[in-house]
Write a protein that binds this ligand. Structure first.
Ligand code: SF4
Length: 320
């Protein structure tokens, strides 16, 4: 059995849910009951959440053959640009993921595949890449060691060191996930984003999402204005339009990107900065927001009105 996100199941012809936005990556989850205890995660060791949740997304279970067949149907072939395995750290799921990778690669050799997991060594990462995985994501999640200590198990420093070593050894194949709103300042987040890109590591930004049954179920989500500033910081850094040292911070908040507003608008007016970030083809619809809410990460191109709204949210608290 294997789980896939409800939206993925729809594209693979396995359910008939209604959804305005569909995934362009097939999100598959292997393993259950993680041995780690992240305060925000529905799969954490002490979480009381439903086992079919990851973030706020429901992941129904299917037979392996149904999912592999679903990936071959013309509708899925048209839409899906990659396959992403979310590997729960239960001790055996990484092996399971590798066996799925082999099967998907033999059916569809050109399909990019990524694995988001916590491999413990360069050897494990190398092994995944040898199996045909094109990107491995080692989730740092927290911008600083202090936030990590509050929200996660283990050591920020060892995860960070492994990320750097992996990026040095396998350039272009390593990414990380960072969660905005775990208690870090905007300055902390902007600085770690710059650091990651300086080391050749791709960043996927997430907004903290309280999930019932987790230790952080009563914490609040980041405000959209806050999230927009981080998205823009990320975009300006990723596209090398500017560097974090140019930003102006006041008590940890970004108050200026040190760019004239008309130039900033020129960079942002296509809306790209506000779209889901991470591996190519990854759009994660409704991962951080319900269908009734404004998107933190837009899973598609923005309309001109949506770009204007994001722009207004962005500049509300910037020095003009
Ligand atoms: S960025 Fe998207 S596709 Fe890449 S590992 Fe993260 S969730 Fe998967």
């Amino acid at each position: 059995m294997i789980r896939c996100s409800a939206g993925t199941a729809k594209v693979l012809g396995l359910n008939n849910i209604k959804a305005d936005e569909l995934p362009t990556t097939a999100y598959l989850m292997v393993g259950e009951h993680c041995k780690f205890n992240c305060a925000f995660c529905a799969q954490a060791r002490e979480s009381r959440s439903r086992t079919n949740l990851l973030s706020r997304v429901v992941w129904p279970e299917f037979h392996e053959q149904e999912v592999l067949k679903g990936l071959q149907i013309p509708e899925a072939q048209k839409v899906m640009q990659r396959v992403c395995f979310q590997v729960v750290q239960d001790g055996k799921a990484l092996e399971e993921a590798k066996s799925y990778v082999r099967k998907i690669k033999s059916d569809n050799p050109a399909m990019p595949i990524c694995v988001s997991a916590g491999p413990r060594s360069l050897d494990e990462i190398e092994d995944l890449l040898k199996h045909g995985v094109d990107r491995v994501s080692l989730a740092l999640d927290a911008a600083t060691p202090e936030v990590f200590a509050q929200a996660k198990d283990g050591s920020w420093q060892s995860r960070y060191d492994l990320l750097l070593e992996a990026a040095g050894k396998f350039p272009g194949h390593i990414g990380t996930h960072l969660i905005v709103g775990l208690g870090e300042t905007e300055e902390d987040m902007a600085r770690i984003i710059q650091d990651m890109y300086d080391k050749g590591i791709t960043v996927a930004l997430f907004a903290f999402t309280p999930v019932k049954g987790t230790r952080m179920e009563n914490s609040v989500k980041p405000e959209l204005e806050h999230y927009r500033r981080i998205q823009v910081a990320h975009y300006l850094i990723r596209r090398k339009f500017t560097r974090v040292d140019e930003f102006v911070f006041l008590r940890g908040k970004i108050v200026s990107f040190s760019l004239p507003l008309d130039q900033l608008w020129e960079y942002l007016s296509d809306g790209e900065a506000f779209r889901t970030s991470g591996c190519s083809g990854c759009n994660r619809p409704y991962y951080n927001e319900s269908p009734r809410e404004e998107f933190y990460n837009y899973p598609r191109s923005l309309t001109p009105e949506e770009v204007k709204r994001c722009w207004q949210e962005l500049i509300t608290n910037l020095d003009k």
